[in-house]
Structure formats: C-alpha cells, structure tokens
Ligand binder design. Structure first.
Ligand SMILES: O=C(O)CCC(=O)C(=O)O
Ligand SMILES: [Fe+2]
Length: 970
C-alpha cells in the first residue's frame, strides 16, 4: 500500500465507506480521504505522517439514494405494514363487521364473542392473507415512494428551500406515496372486506379473488379507491409529517448528542417513540370522522347533524379516544420501529432527525467534478483545499459528517454549553452616555468580559445589510467561481477565500469557510482579491470601508514590536508578556508554536518535610495546602512534559490532553497475541549478496529492522546516551536556555510539541534536535554546553553514523537492482543531512492512556535509532500495533518516506509510535537522514516504466516537508 492509499484507509469511519465506485465514493475520497494525516512527530523538518489504525472493511453498505437504498426502504415498508396489519386482523375483522352489521356486532368485546361463537378461533384470522399481501404492497409503496418523493421534492426545492419548507416536503412526499400505495392496496382490501363481512362468500384470497372478479369485474376491485384515498391520504400525511417533526425535535431538544453518535438502540427507541407520538396525532385528528362513521353505520338513515346532536361536539372528539390512541399509537410506533429496525439491519441510518437539505445529485456531481478536475492540477495547493460548504452539501444527505469535525467531549457544544441562567455580555449605548461614562463602561466591559455590544454605533442599518447581502451572494456563487479567490498556502498572503486546514487546537476542523481581505489602510487594500461578483461588491464595501473598519480585525503592522506598555509596568506589576514583533507573534500563533510570549507561573512547593515539588499556580489554587508549605514562584515559558510529569507523579493523575481517545490508547490497541519480531540483520554474519537480500526484504516487508554488528562501538553509543541523559537531568532553567525558538527556519534546540496533533492530544515527550552532519549544517552553538563532553560524544557518534548510513544506502540501492551509489546520489550525495533527535519520555502515571510519539512515518529518507533499555517503540504490522523488542547494542533502522518515494513504493516507510512507562524514563536517539531541502525527490527513473508507473509526484524535499507539517495533501 502506498502512503496516499494508506492514509485514505486509516481513519475513515465505517459509515463513510462506500462499496461502489459511484459519485459518493469519489466525494468521500476527495473530500475526506486526504484529511487523515496524522501530526508531525517531530517539530521542525522531520517526520509527521498518515495513518493510525486500519478501519475494518465493511462490505455490503448501502449508498444513500441509490437503487439499493430505495429497494431496502421498500422491503422495510413491507415488513413494517404487512406484519403489523396482519397481527391486528382479529381487531380489524370485528371493526369491519361492526361497521357493516352494527346490530349484531355492538361493541368490540361483544363482537369478539359473536365471532368466536359463530366461527371458532380460526374465524379471527379470516382474511389474513389479503390483509398481509394488501398491506405489504401498500407498505412497500408507502415507504419506498415516500423516501423517493421526499428526496425528489427536496432536490427540486434546493437545499435552502428544502430546509425552510421541510414540513411541506414531508406532506407532499407522503401524499404522493399514499396515492400509489392505495392503488396497490385497493384490490386486496376489496376482497378482504368481502371475505370478512360476508359469511360463506369465500375462505380467503385464493378463492375470493376469482369469485369477486367474476361477479364485479376487474374494475370492481377499484370501486373503493376514492374513499380509500379520502381516508388514507390525510392520515398518512399526518403520520409521516408528525413523525419527521417529532424525531427532529427529539434529536434537537431532548438528546444532547448528534443523531449519528447515538447508539442504534437509542435511535430505534426514538423511531418507536416518534411513531407512537405520530400515532397519537393521527388518532386525535381522525377521531371525529371515525366516531361519525361508526355512528352512521349504527343508526341507519341518521345524518351528521343527528350524530352531533346525539354525541355532542365533545363526545365526537373524545368518546373512545383513549382506546384508539393506545391502538393506533402502538401500531404506528411498531410500524416505524420495524421499518427503521430493517433499515439499521441493512446498514442504513434510521429515518428523520436531520433537515432534508440534500444537494441535488446533479449539483453534487458537478462539485465532485470540480474537485476532481482541480485535483489534476496538483501543483496548486489551493486546488486541494476541502471546503466546508462542499463537504456540508455532500454530508447533508445522510446526516453524518467526517470525524475530524467531531469535537472531543470537552469541546462539544451539546455538552459544554451552559444552560443555566447566565449574565448577558455588556451592552454599551454610544448615544446614551457622555465620554466619562462611556470610558468607564468600556473599560469595565473590557476588563471583565473582553467583549461587548455597541448600540447607536453610527453605522446605518442599511449599510450593514448591504455588506451582508453582497457577502452572502458571494458565498452562494458556484464553487468554481469562489475557488478563483482561493488563498494560497505559503504565499505569505492570507487574503482570499479559505478554509482552515487541521491546524486547530486538538487537530479538529472548524465547520466554516471564510473570506479575508483588507479594507484599510488604502496602501494595504488589494482590490484584485476582492470578489468580482456580485457586481456591486466592491462599491458597496469600498464605499463604507472607513466605517467598516469597526467590525474587522484591527492590528498593528507586522514590524511593530508589541509588549506591555511601559507605563503599566513596574516592580509591583512586572511584565507578563514578552515583547515581540506582531508578525512573529502571528507566526507562532498560527503555527501553534510554544507560547514563548506567555509566561506560565510555576511554584516550587516546599513542605515541612522539605520535599520539593513543582506546582502550577492553578494547581496550587486547587490544592489549598495548609499554611505549612512555602512557595517560591518562578516563571516557566513552555509546559515541558518533564515538568508536568514531576507535578503529576504525586497524585497519579495527568492532564486530560494526554489521554488519547480509545482508538489510540496503547492499553487498548497494543496487540497481545503472538506476533512476529521485526527482522534482525547481522552485518558481520553475512556476505554482501545475502545482506542485500535480507535488507531489501526487511525494507519491503517491514520498513524497519535491527542491525547487529553495525560497527559503531558500544562505548560510543553509551557515551552518546550518557551525555544526552545528563542534559535532560539539568535544572529546568538551564535546559530552557536551549529552548527552540518559534521562528521560521529554526529547527534546533530543546522543545516540546504543543497542540499540533491529531485529535488535539499532546505527546508525552520532550526532545532536543540538532544537526550532526554535514559540517556546513552543524551549528555547535545550538548544542548543549553541559555536560562538558556533550560535543565530543556526539561528534564521535556522528562520524560512525555517517559511515553506517552510507553503507545502508548502498545496500538498499543494490536491493533495488541499481548501482550502489544511486540512492545516496539521489539524496544529495555528501549533502545528505543528519539530524539527531533526543526523545525524553518521563515516567507517566497512565502509560495505558498516553502515547509518547504519536503514530507516524518518518518524513526523512532513513532513520538510525538507539533507545535506552526501556521498551516503548511499536510498529504497525498486519493491522496490529506490535512491540519492538530491542536487542541491546543493536541499531534500529527505519525506512522513511523519501526512500519509499525513490523506490517507487518498493520499500515501505514504517508506521510507528511510542508508548511510555509508569516508573522509568525512556529515551531514544533517532538520527534522521534527509536530502537537502532543495533536492527534488521522486521515483527513480530506472524504476519507472510502462508496467510500473510513478506512484509519487516529484517535489522538492522542503515542499514535501511543508505539506506534511502543515497537513496539506502531497
Ligand atoms: O522513541 C522511539 O523509539 C521512536 C521515536 C520516533 O519515532 C521519532 O521521534 O520519530
Ligand atoms: Fe519516528
């Protein structure tokens, strides 16, 4: 499987799989497939990648609105109506007889007695065959055509009107379906009534039908069609529209979780309840008519007026109502329950609960085409962006959405929105106050809230409405038109039509598209990026641009240095923020780089026993320790995992952002069965050819192996590890001197990844990065000065590693049937860049819940790694996460993305991750070998031919890195 393919398979939830290569699949691929890239495993230039766990294949899923879908709905309708009506045949029989011969069948209970006496128990089921067949046919048409007409009318109305007039659509859809359903039912109903009410006419359908046709003709079968329509159509309209409405309201108001996240049992419960309530409505509205019919049948020659006089208006509406409510409620509840249970059984969602705003198929196809054609133009990042508006139109149909939009629980508005009484944000009336009052009001609102509403702000309502109108008109343009204004990532300009790409807190996506452009000052305004349509966009916005500057973001020019105002800083109120250029602040913020501008308070807590612990101010507040503790305050700029670990160790809990969701938790996802070991290759024990075969096979099959007798002396590795460990054991302040800067191009130093990960989770690891080779890239200033022999140990290791890398690249090259030097040359020859990373995984209170480095493939060409003896590395092989059993003194080799690409997929870059340990510190020293950024990497020409077309697009390594780190499609 190549990289792209793997990433596509990984996180697609089962409900988004589509078995057929139809338009929907295309949409899913295009729209969802690429967004499943996992985060950077290393800050800077190496790693991040696709994949986490393979989702199971789910064959047999039915695509919404496909012929199979309607067939399933039809079958569900058969089960639903046929069975329920057959079950109530005895009741129906008595009821029909009461209507025909009220003198004999006086009430339901006495009617049963008469039947039993005259016909025995078998008499109760007289006519069950025409009932079953008739109502099966009716159910088939009723539900099958209802789904059809609902979609058909929604499509005609278009998404907006379909949502606005949804009730009308339910009513029209069910009426249309019922017209057809009654045509199917009518002949069976005619025979059934005759069989049930005319003793001796026939035993059942088989003899009754020919007899009926002989006496009344075929047209006789349809004599009752008009009254049938009259009775059934309004009833069905009520039944379907109220069901849809009730279900929608239940999901909206009664159940906090979105429908697609509710269990199937709950969904079916909602269907039954919705059906029951719909049944109650049906019973109520049809009740007067029902009473009327019974009365007229019972009293020959009576009129409606007589009935009203006799029963009274109240009686007409209520007499016998409770019983009918129970009967019809149960029946309708059961019908919807059975219908939806059938749908669930075949893998469809239950009915209702989302607005029917399905984009018309043709429109959707059009969008897919646009997406598809854009994807052929791979050179432009902007062509590859997934618009929420497009995703929404694809998703609207089935009411599900891609998982990256589903927030984790602590963010879900359904859960986290406060429902109690809450104060309103301040409202400030600019007209109603003098300057002093206004100053006080605004200052207070800004101190307390940071947000307020202005009244009488001087912008005429008409101006605002116009700006909103032209903006809305732009977003309603065809997708192609909007894409002309797409923002270009990496272009340095934020202006244009855009959608945020997984760069959010928690890696989730925001359900929003946007358009950005400057409106002021004139020197910054670039009308070229302003929408051309609607035609009056520019004049409308331009005209009002000065006043429009109220609601837009007002910020300083990028070069301005912003820090606490001098006048507000003193000994008593020391600066809380670092001064920095606005553009640097923006860069860090946009890239979620360490908040070096913000200073975290860390307290040193010394208790009576002279135990020293680090504690955050926040934790201190929670702990409310007795007076006996003394606290020393100090500032920490970034939250290091090592510091967090030392704070957490005491109470055995850890911050929630380290708790992985279940599909990532090592406690759940680590494979415990017997698993193969990663290949072990002994460099001393084999001839050149044997070695080539072993390395090539391991790289094809696994993408990872351990080398024994690699030629790096044990002493050299031990020294490397000693100095690294000593560095991490230095006081925090000293390590912070090497903190990685959040500036473009800075990729060396001490660091901690901050909130850049899939699902917004944090990795339980700190690290140090620096170059080892080539000499031109090495910057000793970035290396730790302490311990003193850090440099010597690393230089020694680097020397050996350069040799080992050469040797392995030669072997891999031979393994592809190529000359020894081909791979290395393709990677820049002696320009090959070696970057050391030291991973420091502190002890973790819940190693079953946290991860060290999240699942990724290394972005570089090849990685050489030596860990300490604490286990933790896992690889994904044959759909399982398996532990790597490191052999002491071995070197672990990872194939990275660039070798996979150069080999045109013959060698696989390995998907791996790390777990952490409860008691012990785990450390590892990977060295990432990568080509210089300017090198163009693509499948080697020698490996590409007619039979084996290129699977990867050549691109500069730095562009590959840019895309990977920013989660853009490759
Ligand atoms: O710590 C390890 O064993 C692996 C670390 C890793 O995969 C990485 O940093 O890219
Ligand atoms: Fe890695």
């Amino acid at each position: 499987m190549d990289l792209a393919e793997r990433s596509r398979q990984s996180f697609l939830p089962s409900f988004l799989y589509s078995p057929s290569p139809a338009a929907r699949t295309l949409a899913v691929d295009r729209i969802l497939g690429r967004s499943l890239v996992s985060p950077a495993a290393e800050v800077g230039s190496t790693s991040p990648t696709p994949i986490v766990a393979q989702a199971p294949n789910e064959p047999g899923k039915i695509e919404m609105y496909s012929p199979m879908f309607y067939a399933a709905c039809t079958a569900g309708g058969i089960a639903s109506c046929g069975l329920t009506h057959m079950a109530v045949t005895p009741l129906d029989l008595v009821k029909c007889n009461m209507q025909i011969d009220p003198a004999k069948y006086k009430s339901i209970s006495s009617g049963f007695g008469v039947l039993l006496k005259e016909q025995g128990v078998r008499g109760f089921f007289r006519g069950w065959v025409p009932t079953l067949l008739g109502y099966s046919a009716q159910g088939a048409c009723k539900f099958g055509f209802y789904e059809f007409f609902k979609k058909y009318y929604s499509d005609i109305a278009g998404p907006e009107y379909a949502a606005k007039y949804k009730t009308l659509i339910y009513l029209a859809g069910s009426a249309s379906a019922e017209v057809i359903a009654d045509v199917a039912l009518c002949p069976f109903e005619a025979v059934k009534v005759r069989v049930q009410t005319q003793p001796g006419f026939a035993r059942g359908l088989s003899d009754g039908l020919p007899k009926f046709v002989r006496s009344e003709g075929v047209s006789g079968l349809y004599k009752g069609i008009v009254p049938l329509w009259g009775r059934q159509i309004p009833y069905t309209m009520m039944k379907f529209a109220s069901f849809e409405t009730v279900v929608e309201m239940v999901y909206k108001y009664a159940i906090p979780t979105p429908k697609e996240q509710c269990s199937k049992t709950l969904q079916l419960g909602v269907s039954f309840a919705g059906g029951y309530i719909a049944g109650i409505f049906c019973a109520i509205v049809s009740h007067p008519a029902d009473n009327l019919v019974s009365f007229l049948n019972n009293a020959k020659g009576a009129t409606v007026g007589d009935a009203v006089k006799k029963l009274g208006l109240w009686g007409l509406f209520t007499r016998g109502l409770p019983l009918r409510i129970v009967m019809i409620g149960t029946l309708t509840g059961a019908q919807w329950g059975i219908y939806d249970a059938f749908k669930v059984m075949v893998g469809l969602p239950t009915t209702g609960g989302v607005a029917p705003a399905a984009a018309p198929a043709s429109e959707r196809d059009q969008k897919n085409q646009v997406l598809a054609s854009r994807s052929s133009d791979l050179d432009q990042h902007k062509m590859e962006v997934e618009r929420v508006q497009v995703i929404a139109s694809v998703c609207a149909a089935d009411g599900v959405m891609p998982p990256e939009f589903i927030r984790s629980e602590h963010e879900q508005p359904g859960i986290t929105t406060y429902r109690g009484p809450a104060p309103e944000i301040p409202v400030i009336d600019l007209a109603g106050a003098d300057q002093a009052q206004l100053t006080i009001a605004m200052a207070e609102a800004s101190r307390e809230w940071g947000i307020f509403q202005l009244l009488n702000h001087g912008i005429p309502g008409e101006v605002i409405r116009e700006v909103q109108r032209v903006g809305m008109e732009f977003f309603e343009l065809p997708q192609e038109e909007k894409e002309k204004y797409a923002t270009v990532p990496g272009s340095g300009s934020l202006e244009g039509y855009g959608t945020k790409l997984q760069k959010e807190l928690e890696g989730k996506k925001a359900w929003v598209d946007f358009f950005f452009h400057y409106v002021s000052p004139p020197s910054r305004v670039n009308h070229a990026i302003w929408p051309e349509k609607p035609a009056d966009y520019r004049t409308t916005v331009n005209k009002e641009k000065v006043r429009m500057s109220w609601p837009v973001f007002c910020s300083p020019p990028g070069e301005m240095v912003i820090g606490p105002l001098q006048q507000l800083v003193s000994d008593e109120s020391p600066p809380k923020y670092k001064a920095k250029k606005y553009k640097d602040y923006a860069y860090c913020k946009l890239n979620k780089l360490p908040h070096i501008w913000m200073v975290t308070d860390i307290m040193v807590d010394i208790d009576m026993k002279k135990n020293i612990t680090l504690i955050t101010t926040h934790q201190l507040e929670r702990k409310k320790r007795p007076q006996a503790s003394a606290y020393h305050r100090r500032k920490m700029e970034v939250e290091r995992v090592q510091v967090i670990a030392s704070v957490c160790a005491a109470d055995g809990v850890m911050p929630p952002e380290f708790i992985r969701s279940e599909h990532e938790q090592p406690g759940i996802t680590t494979y415990r069965g017997s698993a193969p070991e990663i290949p072990v290759i002994d460099l001393a024990g084999a001839g050149k050819d044997q070695l080539t075969i072993a390395v090539a096979e391991a790289s094809r099959e696994w993408g990872i192996f351990q080398l024994l007798n690699h030629g790096i002396p044990g002493e050299v590795i031990r020294e490397l590890q000693r100095v690294g460990k000593e560095f991490f054991e230095l006081p925090q302040e000293e390590k912070e001197m090497y903190a990685m800067e959040c500036k473009p191009g800075s990729s060396e130093g001490y660091g901690t990844k901050l909130q850049k990960e899939l699902e917004g989770k944090k990795a339980w690891v700190d690290f140090f990065f620096h170059y080892l080779s080539p000499p031109a890239r090495v910057n000793h200033a970035a290396w730790p000065k302490n311990p003193a022999d850090y440099r010597k140990a690393n230089e020694e290791y680097a020397k050996h590693l350069v040799g080992l890398a050469d040797r392995m690249l030669m072997t891999l090259s031979r393994g592809l049937g190529l000359g020894e030097h081909v791979l290395k040359e393709a990677l820049g020859g002696d320009g090959l860049e070696l970057r050391l990373k030291i991973n420091y995984y502190p002890p973790c209170p819940r190693p079953d819940l946290a991860l060290g480095v999240v699942a990724h493939t290394d972005m570089c060409a090849i990685t050489f790694l030596v860990p300490n003896l604490v286990p933790g590395l896992q690889v994904f092989k044959d759909e399982h996460w398996i532990d790597v059993n490191f052999i002491p003194n071995a070197v672990i080799v990872h194939i990275g993305d660039q070798i996979e690409i150069l080999s045109n997929g013959a060698y696989k870059s390995v998907l791996h991750r790390t777990t952490v340990n409860k008691e012990k510190v785990r450390m590892s020293w990977p060295v990432f070998c990568a080509p210089p950024g300017e090198m163009v990497i693509g499948p080697l020409q020698q490996l590409v031919g007619d039979e084996s077309p290129a699977k990867y697009k050549p691109k500069k390594y730095k562009d590959y890195a840019y895309c990977k780190l920013n989660k853009l499609p490759q």
